[in-house]
Design a protein around this ligand. Structure first.
Ligand SMILES: CC(C)(COP(=O)(O)OP(=O)(O)OC[C@H]1O[C@@H](n2cnc3c(N)ncnc32)[C@H](O)[C@@H]1OP(=O)(O)O)[C@@H](O)C(=O)NCCC(=O)NCCS
Length: 108
């Protein structure tokens, strides 16, 4: 898809990321707030992924490598679903985890 990019979360993305999570019924205020995202992005750069189309955030995914390698909060804005953005976010999350935890692998 033209103009599609996956990059690390920036604090200015919060309103759009929150909306994307809400639209996907994945928003949980206790953990998904601006401060916790800012802290995670600072401590683990690249662990909150944002898909953008022409610079506009349209999807997100959170990855953690602490206790177990985990990918969660995968959500794509309803207007942009079915275009491969979810798959792209999953591949980016997998690449992040493989770099951090070389023995991590996803089920085939
Ligand atoms: C799930 C979600 C992220 C998929 O994003 P997307 O950009 O539309 O996904 P893609 O276009 O990359 O599709 C990837 C594949 O997943 C399939 N798929 C998409 N949504 C699906 C769903 N809800 N259930 C089952 N399969 C699904 C697609 O058919 C496609 O399969 P294909 O390659 O064989 O055609 C999106 O539907 C969403 O945000 N849903 C609400 C939040 C959610 O349920 N998140 C997952 C749990 S954390």
């Amino acid at each position: 898809m033209d103009g599609l990019e996956v990059r690390a979360y920036r604090t200015s993305d919060f309103p759009q990321v929150k909306e994307i999570l809400e639209l996907g019924n994945l928003y949980w205020a206790l953990s998904d707030n601006a401060e916790s995202f800012r802290k995670q992005a600072e401590e683990r750069p690249g662990s909150i992924l944002v898909a953008t189309v022409d610079q506009r955030p349209v999807g997100t995914q959170i990855v953690v490598e602490s206790f177990l390698p985990l990918m969660f909060r995968l959500a794509v804005h309803p207007d942009y679903r079915g275009k491969g953005i979810g798959k792209l976010l999953l591949s980016a999350g997998e690449a992040y985890l493989k770099a951090k935890v070389p023995q991590a692998s996803t089920p085939k």
